[in-house]
Design a protein around this ligand. Sequence first.
Ligand code: NAD
Ligand code: 0WE
Length: 255
Amino acid sequence: MMNLEGRNAVVFGVANKRSIAWSIAQGLHHAGAKLAITYQNERLEQEAKDLILSLPGAEAFMCDVSKDEEIDRLFGQLKQRYGKLHALVHSVAFAPAEELKGEFVNTTREGFRVAHDISVYSLIAVSRAAVPLMEDGGSILTMTYYGAEKVVPHYNVMGVAKAALECTVRYLAYDLGKKKIRVNAISAGPIKTLAARGIAGFGDMQKSHAERAPLQRNVDVNEVGATGVFLASDASSGITGEVIYVDCGYNIMGF
Ligand code: NAD
Ligand code: 0WE
């Protein structure tokens, strides 16, 4: 049931080999899916392309999800190249660096706008563009974090954006359910990726996560990849609108 042979998937958010999107892409590839993998811009092109083209059969496309024209162009290319689409992975988030320091009360109008545009609206935009290609139904997957529910110091406007993202998952799941398209989120524990590098105190966060989580360790990025394969496959055919935790149990603790 976790076999994805004959399925086409598009993955957003590969920056480098540490990206959560890369782990999910590898999992989908090993399950037999044919992959289109996108990267943000020319700056990331070299590194992303080298990785993407190392997966036999995978193709690379550029797409900045803050630009409607780039989303339209990408889905035109995907329609031409693959015809149908069965899975979409959205593993994209961004807030201006200044917003992830200092106090939430100082969130700027522009920082709020950018965080929500790139981290939340983009899921709606790419989902809408994918619907006409998901003729046989499909699975849409995004990435969230516990800071959506409880205060994680310095996560700030990203926490508000992830709360909106989780709610967006539910509204999309309602709309797209009639087309047999499922929409879910994975809430991952802290993982040292490019998006986590440079965040002050990230090492301490991981240490306390490992101490408090029932499994007494941090999450391995490949555990997120495996859950991505599950959510993209028919093994999860009854699951939509959900947030699935891949956090070694951290979120269940009260103390
Ligand atoms: P990452 O930096 O590898 O991935 C983030 C990706 O977003 C990058 O590939 C970047 O190019 C892309 N991106 C940013 N702006 C974009 C734009 N305008 N257009 C297209 N792409 C854009 O880091 P990651 O940790 O793999 O993050 C992936 C997802 O996982 C994010 O949604 C993040 O919030 C979420 N997440 C991360 C952690 C963690 O601890 N690392 C935990 C839970 C959830
Ligand atoms: O979602 C994230 C990080 C998302 C992110 C990271 C950056 C760093 C570089 C969004 N925008 C930017 N902008 C940049 O300029 N995570 C779940 C990882 C993360 O980030 C934190 C965390 C955790 C965990 C920030 C503060 C506190 C905890």
